[in-house]
Design a protein around this ligand. Structure first.
Ligand SMILES: *Cc1c(COP(=O)(O)O)cnc(C)c1O
Length: 363
């Protein structure tokens, strides 16, 4: 029973629609649906169920997340993006048919030294300029050789990750060139993977994916454009709608202020609606005055500081606003990218940050 109307509406149908669209933009290759961080905040169950017949594999962040995906009944290829933190996880990979990323000497060493019941398909991560995880160009051939002679390895996918795919940056073309060159020169791998969501759209990083190229798409599957440089993608359908009710209405005179720190003052007689959504629900406290929201089909704006359980919006001039009215904080009508921009953050942060006290309602 939920006594509070606040909720995140999750639409599996749009996730499937978006997956089809991503496949269409890829033109070929294989699609790895990224469902880490509880399916980008949508709930791992709904995300996995929506995606299982629309992707060629899935990816989780770490072991607990991968096992949660298996518990949803998914039996296809499943990659652990950070790989294993200790050798004890490798046996669990073998049992559950999981593909760990191998990005460092310790992980490679653990694979060489283990006695596994079944060889693993591993993803070898090379560093083409992000300098977060992965082997250098020089180390990669040696690492591949060692994987190739290990009885614990069934196959290798060569991967790298883009640092700036969501923007215009000189590193984009450089990383692409380096990955193409590297994958042309290296021997002993069976597939490769370079693109995240933004990389699929960015003209400096995209290519027509071939049979053995895997795209690793997260954000696009949830209907949000990752990029600030590519135009709006009208085909994308946001799969999360964050909604909360109006729980109070206040009439303010000119000069009166609202909320903590009196951070917003009325410049004219104003109607303020208080909404049951706060930073403890995952709405960003940094959201500025003017951040958009929607009520009764009309765009309105945030007025005053976001507090733990509530926020306040200016509904002056909106006809017939009533207690209990739904306010959309982001979703099909309010672009989560805009809310993110108003809070100096990114869409990924907002979607994955919706907290556990917000019920996910499947629509
Ligand atoms: C999270 C993640 C992705 C997916 O990123 P999106 O921008 O959401 O598409 C791809 N690759 C790696 C290594 C990741 O960690």
């Amino acid at each position: 029973m939920h006594y509070r109307q606040t909720r995140a509406e999750i639409s599996p149908a749009t996730i499937q629609h978006n997956a089809k669209w991503v496949r269409h933009t890829m033109a070929g290759g294989k699609l790895l649906g990224v469902v880490k961080a509880d399916g980008y905040g949508h709930g791992v169950g709904p995300a996995v169920q929506a995606l299982e017949s629309h992707v060629d594999g899935m990816a989780a962040g770490f072991m607990e997340e991968a096992l949660a995906v298996r518990e949803c009944g998914y039996t296809g290829p499943l990659v652990i993006l950070e790989g294993c933190f200790s050798s004890s996880e490798l046996a669990i990979c073998a049992q559950n048919n999981l593909s760990p990323v191998v990005h460092c000497e310790q992980q490679l060493h653990d694979i060489e030294k283990s006695a596994l019941s079944k060889p693993l398909w591993v993803w070898l991560k090379v560093d083409t300029g992000m300098h977060r995880l992965g082997w250098s160009e020089e180390q990669a051939q040696q690492a591949l050789k060692r994987l190739n002679v290990s009885n614990n390895v069934a196959g290798v996918t060569l991967m790298s990750h883009l640092a700036n795919a969501d923007a215009k940056h000189s590193l984009n073309a450089q990383q692409k060139q380096q990955f193409c060159q590297l994958s042309g020169a290296l021997k002993g791998y069976q597939a490769r993977s370079f693109h995240n969501s933004a990389g699929l759209l960015n003209p400096d990083t995209r290519w027509s994916l071939q049979e053995n190229d895997w795209a690793r798409a997260g954000l696009l599957l949830y209907g949000v454009n990752p990029s600030v440089i590519t135009e709006v993608q009208p085909e994308l359908q946001p799969s999360m709608r964050l909604v909360a009710p109006v729980i109070a209405l206040h009439q303010l005179e000119k000069g009166e202020s609202v909320g903590y720190a009196s951070a917003w003052s009325a410049e004219r007689p104003t109607v303020i609606a208080t909404v049951a959504m706060g930073y403890a629900d995952g709405y960003p406290r940094q959201a500025k005055n003017g951040t958009p929201a929607m009520i009764r089909g009309k765009r309105v704006t945030l007025a005053g500081r976001v507090s733990m359980d509530m926020l306040t919006i200016d509904v002056t001039g909106i006809d017939d606003v009533q207690l209990g009215d739904d306010v959309e904080l982001w979703g099909p009508n309010i672009d989560v990218r805009q809310v993110a921009a108003c809070a100096d953050t990114i869409s990924w942060h907002l979607l994955t940050g919706v907290s556990g006290r917000v019920p996910r309602v499947i629509v």
